[in-house]
Design a protein around this ligand. Structure first.
Ligand code: PLP
Length: 473
């Protein structure tokens, strides 16, 4: 038998040679990203600098605890990485370190939110967040009703451990119904009110939220995950003036790696210790320092004048898309957008968001089905959500987004024809997509159009699959 000493050292072998199967999958995914119109509002393309951090030796290090108070040795370098990230996070949002602190360790947005609840609430405390079908997020407390069991069903851990009463958008205007929130908060007396959402195309009235929270003795948290890049650049109102806690992801409009952050007020209420404890040791183990480094380097970029111009362009592009779809006779929830996303209500066209999403997938347009105002269930959403951050990163401007809207219109025309043939069932509809000549023609034009734009993060010329039409089948 070969002795351990005689075994070849394989620690420097490239993935390509180490695991060709996995390497190939990554190359396929790069090709998909490069030749698709990426319109998922929560996605973006990170820079090569961010990807360098993610693929760095920092991933090897255990660093349980906080800088200079760790449970393991050897943290003299990662302490500096994490402190740099904290410092830049406060700077990026113009926060005074005497008044605000930040924990940059949450693995992502959902753990960040749950850490806040763990820190500041007791089990079964009451919370109020925007209802999921109104554009809220699962982690803000969402129940469904199970007909089979005849009971309400807690979908996220938030609704397992806390009691939630959602507020909604007005079905006519698509705007948060602050009157309903005010009335219900007066009865429900929540311990925490959560602003923010995943599919809300308008800015938030923080003063109103504060007023309602104060009238009922509630804490106020903003989950700015979607708009954190726009907040950092002043393109959306700042939640920091009035909120007690602000959480965020870092991979949406902020354009960093997948991660989360929690900002908390530093005052006599002692949020700092409670939140830090909730992140570790209550919920997480060792922080992902490679990810924290990626956030830090992205925050450096966020503070540049170029990122401000990018954020402005994101908004302009979303507005151009909404305007073009409106001019084509379509219905945009809330009548437009003030941020990075557009909610397209497909109910007037009598097609579900699920079917349109599948039809778009067939032509390399990536977006997601989404509830629109008036929808009560998240299971059969009446529209789609379209976001501008990723394609703006690829340097598209308003005229390009008008072309994107034209592609979407073309897909919808074909989808409506197919639905006439297939009838209402999604399965029958999907069966007609494959091999459809009109969709194939749109897909080829989409591939050609999008591959003319630059791709951040990796060089398309070094990819295994460089054909704009995709890898050979
Ligand atoms: N909060 C909001 C408002 C979100 O939109 C999302 C994700 O889409 C999250 C939290 C959760 O983030 P993650 O998927 O990183 O856990």
């Amino acid at each position: 038998m070969t002795s351990f000493k005689d075994l070849e050292f394989k620690g420097l072998v490239d993935l390509k040679d180490h695991d060709p199967e996995l390497f190939d999958l990554i190359e396929q995914e790069k090709s998909r990203q490069w030749r698709s119109l990426e319109l998922i509002a929560s996605e973006n393309f990170t820079s090569k600098a961010v990807i360098d951090c993610l693929g760095s030796a920092l991933t090897n290090k255990y660093a349980e605890g906080l800088p200079h108070a760790r449970y393991y040795g050897g943290n003299e370098v990662v302490d500096q990485v994490e402190e740099l990230c904290q410092k830049r996070a406060l700077e990026a949002y113009g926060l005074d370190p005497e008044k605000w602190g930040v924990n940059v360790q949450p693995y992502s947005g959902s753990p960040a939110n749950f850490a806040v609840y763990t820190a500041l609430l007791r089990p079964h405390d009451r919370i109020m967040g925007l209802d999921l079908p109104s554009g809220g997020h699962l982690t803000h407390g969402f129940y469904t009703y199970s007909k089979k069991e005849g009971t309400r069903k807690a979908v996220s851990a938030t609704s397992v451990y806390f009691e939630s009463l959602p507020y909604r958008v007005d079905p006519e205007t698509g705007l948060v119904d602050y009157k309903q929130l005010d009335r219900d908060a007066g009865l429900f007396k929540p311990a925490l009110i959560i602003a923010g959402g995943s599919a809300y195309p308008r800015d938030w009235d923080y003063a109103k939220f504060r007023e309602i929270a104060d009238a009922n003795g509630a804490l106020l948290m903003m989950d700015m995950a979607h708009i954190s890049g726009l907040v950092a650049t002043g393109e959306q109102a700042s939640p920091f003036d009035v909120c007690d806690v602000v959480t965020t992801t870092t991979h949406k409009s902020l354009r960093g790696p997948r991660a989360g952050m929690i900002f908390f007020r530093k005052d006599e209420r002692g949020f700092e210790g409670r939140i830090n404890q909730a992140v570790f040791p209550a919920l997480q183990g060792g922080p992902h320092e490679h990810q924290i480094a990626g956030v830090a380097t992205q925050l450096l970029e966020v503070m540049t004048p170029e990122f401000k111009i990018y954020s402005q362009q994101v908004k302009k592009n979303a507005a151009a898309l909404a305007a073009k779809l409106t001019s084509l006779g379509y219905t945009i929830a809330s009548g437009g957008t003030e941020n990075h996303l557009v909610l397209w209500d497909l109910k007037p066209q009598k097609i579900t968001g699920s079917k349109f999403e599948k039809a778009c997938d067939a032509v390399c347009i990536t977006l997601n089905k989404n509830c629109v105002p008036g929808d009560r269930s998240a299971v059969t959403p009446g529209g789609v959500r379209i976001g501008a951050p990723a394609l703006t990163t690829r340097k598209m401007v308003e005229s390009d987004f008008e072309q994107v809207a034209t592609f979407l219109h073309e897909v919808l025309v074909v989808a409506l024809k197919l639905q006439e043939k297939s009838g209402p069932k999604l399965k029958d509809f999907v069966a007609l997509l494959d091999g459809n000549a009109e969709l194939k023609s749109i897909r080829e034009r989409v591939n050609k159009f999008v591959t003319a734009f630059p791709m951040p993060g990796f060089d398309p010329k070094e990819m295994k699959y460089q054909d704009p039409m995709g890898p050979p089948h």
